[in-house]
Structures are given as C-alpha cells and as structure tokens.
Design a protein around this ligand. Sequence first.
Ligand code: MG
Length: 203
Amino acid sequence: MKIICIGRNYAAHAKELRNDLPTEPVIFMKPKSALLLPGKPAYYPEFTKDLQYECELVIKISKNGKFIQEKFAHKYYSEITLGIDFTARDVQREQQKKGLPWEIAKAFDGSAAAGTFVTLDESMDINNLGFELKLNGATVQKGDTRDMIFNVNNIISYVSKFFTLNTGDLIYTGTPEGVGPVAINDTLEGYLQGNKIMEVKIQ
Ligand code: MG
C-alpha cells in the first residue's frame, strides 16, 4: 500500500505557513513504514526539534483504479478516519530553503498516524464533515471538508492520473489551520463529527 498526501488544501492553513494557494493539488507520498496504527506509540524523532501535528481527513481506497473520473470517484472509497501528518517543521524548512525534497521531514517512520476507520453512511456528506483535534484536552484544530480547495473526489481523480490507486491505499487530504508543535507526553485526540476516532500519545 501507499500513502498519498495532499498539501496546502485549506486556504487558511496555506496562509499560516506563508504558502501561495495551489492551482492544482500538491501531492507527496509516505511509505508503508510511516503508518502508525491505533494503539501504537508515536516516538519523537531525534532529528527534529520542531515536530508538528497536522490533523487530516484520511480516505481508504477500496477498489483499484486509474484515470478515475470525478463523477465516479465516490465508488472508490467507503471508509474514512482522521490521521496526523506528522511533520518535522524545522527539517522541512531547511529542505525547502535548499529546494530539496521533503521526505526526511514528512515520511519518516510513524509520521502517518491513523485513527479507527469508520464506514461512510447516508448521514455523512464527504464534502461537509466537521473534525477537530485536541492537544492535551484543548482544541487546537477545527476543520470542515467543505473548506477544502480540492475536494475528495477531485483529489482522487487528479491523483489517479499519475498513480494507479490500489485497495488499501490511504489518502491524507490536507490540514486546516492551527498546526503546531508537540512535546513528549502530549496526547492528541481526533474527533470526527463529535465522535472520538483517534488518539496518539507522544513518547
Ligand atoms: Mg499535511
């Protein structure tokens, strides 16, 4: 499986990191070794002094596909969760300054935390899902998928022009504003439409 991530997909977040708004989805990937499943400890990497959380809606691909038309994209997923796109922000800034790829700042072991997957039902509109991240009990990020620059079906269609999507692949759809640092012993909790579906403890 592969983990595909979308960057700068919420205008307010792009602004807080002083990035321009993208005209096409910004894509990067994480390897399978980046996946941090529920209940596994998240270790603060020794190569960064600025590990940051980015809470994102995560889509699990349920069917193989390539060149998926946007109007059919909804047939390629049925489960979603919340995840954390952990980012070594200091390393990312250094890489960006040098014009180098992001992988060491974004794709390291444990950098793609995922919560418990839930099945989409009729009551859930993929383009109108509210979610929230709490850091040690205090809300630090609040997002809604209606504020995405590129919506989920848009993303699937775009990504599948370049990469065959396979069953089990995950798509991290970008983070809303409010990203920030974590420290050892912090607890992150993700809520989708008010229901807690993710918890990560930093060690
Ligand atoms: Mg992100």
